[in-house]
Design a protein around this ligand. Structure first.
Ligand code: GRF
Length: 227
């Protein structure tokens, strides 16, 4: 087996996506291992979870630096110091400058709780409910300087239910995120998908990168049951 990629996971809070990545990376056939979990907030709950499992952790508190450049310089050196080959943003709530993004281009991925390119930015579930979409979802993409705009690696579609609130929709999408992010990381870490010329390009034939094998389409509202 080729050497595993080493991932640095960047969080700002709860860290449930980080946990799903760390759990997947704990399995022997996963092509990546967790080098470190790094938070920009000292009170990020995910840090305690990671530390309790023996994962190296680090806080680079953005408030401790005079400006964005100084914060990003320290963040970059913290990541590089772990020997990370890939960076996973998992609920990391700081905007990153193009200079920082360039250092990790094609090697930094993010999860966003909408079907991009719809509903970029914050309050995605409110945006989806406001727009009245019947299908929402989540996206894992390569990070580029423009926010929530990089090449799409994988998406999951999640039905919106009548009566959903932002919280109930967020909960349903979050469950899908926890399945989607490890799968997308597997594709990137194994080399099955790469970023080339600002596209996410499959490098392996369909069997190795997975087939669309669960359902052909998601219907919302659902189709009537066939008897
Ligand atoms: C997730 O919904 C993620 O898609 C978004 O922020 C949220 C972070 O949640 N970027 P958690 O910290 O992973 O639990």
């Amino acid at each position: 087996m080729t050497a595993k990629q080493r991932i640095a996971i960047l969080i700002s809070g709860r860290g449930s996506n980080m946990m799903s990545l760390a759990e997947a990376a704990g399995t022997s056939d996963f092509p990546a291992e967790v080098a470190a979990v790094i938070a920009n907030r000292p009170d990020a709950a995910g840090i305690a979870w990671a530390a309790a499992r023996g994962i190296p952790t680090r806080v680079v508190d953005h408030k401790a630096y005079p400006n964005r450049a100084a914060f990003e310089a320290e963040l970059h050196s913290a990541i590089a110091g772990t020997g990370a080959t890939l960076v996973c943003l998992a609920g990391f709530m700081r905007v990153l400058t193009s200079g920082f993004v360039a250092k990790w281009q094609g090697r930094m991925i993010n999860i966003h709780p909408s079907l991009l390119p719809s509903f970029k930015g914050l309050h995605t579930h409110e945006q989806a409910l406001e727009a009245g979409v019947r299908i929402a979802g989540c996206t894992v993409h390569f990070v580029v300087p423009e926010m929530d705009a990089g090449p799409i690696i994988a998406q999951a579609a999640v039905p919106v239910e009548y009566g959903d609130t932002p919280d109930t929709l967020a909960q349903r999408i979050l469950s899908a995120e926890h399945q989607l992010y490890p799968q997308a990381l597997r594709l990137v870490a194994s080399g099955a998908v790469r970023m080339e010329s600002w596209r996410a390009v499959p490098r392996l034939p369909a069997p190795e990168r997975g087939e669309i094998n669960h359902v052909q389409a998601v219907f919302s509202p659902p189709l009537p049951r066939l008897r």
